[in-house]
Design a protein around this ligand. Structure first.
Ligand code: HEM
Length: 543
């Protein structure tokens, strides 16, 4: 049996017209005839979309969406509000594409566990096409042999505990340099420091040494493909923004060629910049590898070396792997590992600075377990339950990915009595799940104690807390991410006393977000610091 549901046709028509037209107003649309044509075509499309086929289910699907409604600057918050009225499973239509928004832990469990094999693909978007070498990375690759092979490379070669341990000295050295830089800037000038700047430099240094073998690639200068650190950070920010945007052409394909919001143009320009950078990195790697081979040394040193070895030996793999694949993977590794960890630690520091008694509690734990004569090591982390609770609470209230990367139904499927069609995109709203009052007491408040003595984990087994997702597409870099977050946050709290700048009250700290693939603070947190540990610890070089 088929149900038909008409969603307030007249008001919807009027509002949808204005809603869809508004984002079209861009510098590219100054031509009145084109605008008129678009209005006619758009109106026709809306009329067609008014009559929507509903799948049989216990109650009519709340079909509420249009593209503009969710493309406002904070879609996770708008959709959170809508889900409070319409329920945790909503079917929307972005243009002609069906999209499901799942806002409860139960719904997340259905998509990521019970029916994981069906929802394991990704929608094809302009971001995947233009910024990741035509879906050659892992994040945007559709489910299939190429993705499976890539995932295996990640899990069995790049992220094994042994491999991660072999990079331990890099994390220690870069963390020490990061803490010394903070002291130098904050203590010498007695001025507030912009915590994010330091965190991003730290995470980029670690990841670039692990993946590229060196941080010298960010030396700047005139050589082709060489970029400065700030420029590279800006490229990463642009990558995150463009991978998170609601691009009209993705959902209304026949409007794609117009690139009404100008995103595709930006994606192509960004891709060119990354490509120049990777070409430079690969040139240097090839040259170094040639020299090493001449010396009879065949050991790959960093992740790029390892990936280039795979391209050079096609028999080692079942599915064709090209230089574009190496570029896509390298980009995945750098982007996945930098902003994500830095953003989480910045949110944690922001929440803690608003409640200094929580900093005191964390410091008390650090003094008791570590003492004041040394830094916190990664091996200490399991002995710091309050620190662990702070990290979980931060990930609950401020998940970096407020929506998991979109999933796509590979075939028709029934979820919680609703029929879902093949090709439907699924967005899991982790931001909303983290604020669900049926799971969390006082959900808007930052209370790390709620996790003490609880079994809730962040590694994809507890569906009420999914900062890394779960199932087949779960983040493969989670253990590296957790190591960087825990050890940097622990040492920020252990190494320094922190307070807000003069005259700034806790209630003045603005917690506004900027939506993107990683949802960051609108205003970077700034704070005053002074050393808590003896000064010689800031100078002694580490192993
Ligand atoms: C705080 C740190 C991190 C967070 C919060 C995070 C979060 C996520 C999330 C939410 C997803 C999507 C899961 C889904 O689609 O269901 C994801 C996927 C991914 N992450 Fe991470 N991540 C982090 C660190 C890292 C690191 C360090 C790397 C690599 C160096 C990495 C590489 C990736 C890749 C390649 C994917 C795509 C997986 C796939 O589609 O199969 N991430 N991450």
């Amino acid at each position: 049996m088929e149900y038909y549901y008409y969603y307030s046709p007249l008001s919807s028509l009027i509002s949808s017209c204005s809603n869809i037209i508004t984002p079209l107003i861009s510098p590219y649309l100054l031509s009145i005839p084109i605008l008129a044509l678009i209005i006619i075509i758009t109106t026709t499309n809306i009329i067609n979309n008014l009559k929507l086929k509903l799948p049989p289910g216990p109650k009519p699907w709340p079909i509420i969406g249009n593209l503009h409604q969710i493309s406002r600057h904070l879609p996770h918050q708008s959709l959170h509000k809508l889900s409070q009225t319409h329920g945790p499973l909503m079917l929307l239509h972005f243009g002609s594409s069906p999209v499901i928004i799942a806002s409860s832990s139960l719904a997340a469990k259905h998509f990521l566990k019970t029916h994981d094999h069906i929802f394991a693909s990704r929608p094809q978007t302009a971001a995947g096409k233009y910024t990741t070498y035509n879906y050659s990375n892992i994040t945007w690759a559709p489910y299939g042999p190429y993705w499976r092979q890539g995932r295996k490379i990640y899990l069995t070669h790049l992220f094994t505990p042994k491999r991660l341990q072999s990079f331990h000295h890099i994390r220690v050295q870069e963390r020490h340099a990061f803490l010394c830089r903070l002291l130098e800037e904050g203590n010498t000038n007695s001025k507030p420091v912009v915590v994010r700047q330091h965190l991003c430099r730290f995470t980029l240094s670690v990841i670039s040494r692990i993946v590229l073998g060196s941080r010298e690639y960010f030396g700047g200068g005139g050589e082709e493909g060489v970029v400065g650190e700030e420029e590279f950070q800006e490229m990463l920010d642009e990558l995150f923004e463009l991978n998170g945007v609601v691009n009209v052409g993705d959902w209304i394909p026949w409007l794609g060629f117009l690139d009404l919001q100008g995103y595709v143009k930006r994606m192509k320009a960004l891709s060119k910049r990354f490509d120049g950078f990777f070409e430079h990195v690969f040139r240097e790697h090839r040259e170094r590898r040639r020299r090493r081979r001449n010396d009879g040394d065949c050991v790959s040193e960093d992740m790029v070396d390892f990936l280039l070895d795979l391209v050079d030996d096609p028999n080692s793999l079942d599915v064709n792997f090209t230089y574009d694949g190496v570029k896509g993977f390298t980009q995945d590794l750098i982007a996945g590992g930098t902003d994500t960890s830095a953003t989480t630690v910045e949110w944690a520091m922001s929440e803690l600075l608003k409640q200094p008694h929580l900093i005191a509690k964390a410091s008390e734990e650090l003094d008791r377990v570590i003492g004041r004569e040394r830094w916190v090591e990664e091996s200490d982390i399991p002995n710091l339950p309050y620190l662990d609770a702070i990290i979980k609470e931060t990930m609950r209230l401020h998940p970096v990915a407020v929506f998991l990367a979109p999933h796509l139904a590979l075939q028709d499927c029934k979820v919680q009595s609703y029929n879902i069609k093949k090709g439907t995109a699924v967005f899991i709203n982790t931001w909303s799940i983290g604020r669900d009052p049926s799971i969390w007491d006082s959900p808007e408040e930052f209370i790390p104690e709620r996790f003490i003595g609880k079994e809730i984990d962040v590694r994809g087994q507890s569906f009420e807390l999914l900062p890394f997702g779960s199932g087949r597409r779960m983040c493969p870099g989670y253990s590296l991410g957790l190591k960087m977050i825990a050890s940097s946050l622990a040492n920020l709290l252990h190494g320094f006393n922190w307070r807000l700048p003069q005259g700034v009250k806790p209630q003045d700290v603005d917690m506004e977000e900027v939506y993107g693939l990683a949802t960051v603070r609108k205003f970077p947190i700034v704070a005053l610091l002074e050393p808590r540990l003896p000064l010689h610890l800031f100078t002694t070089t580490t192993h």
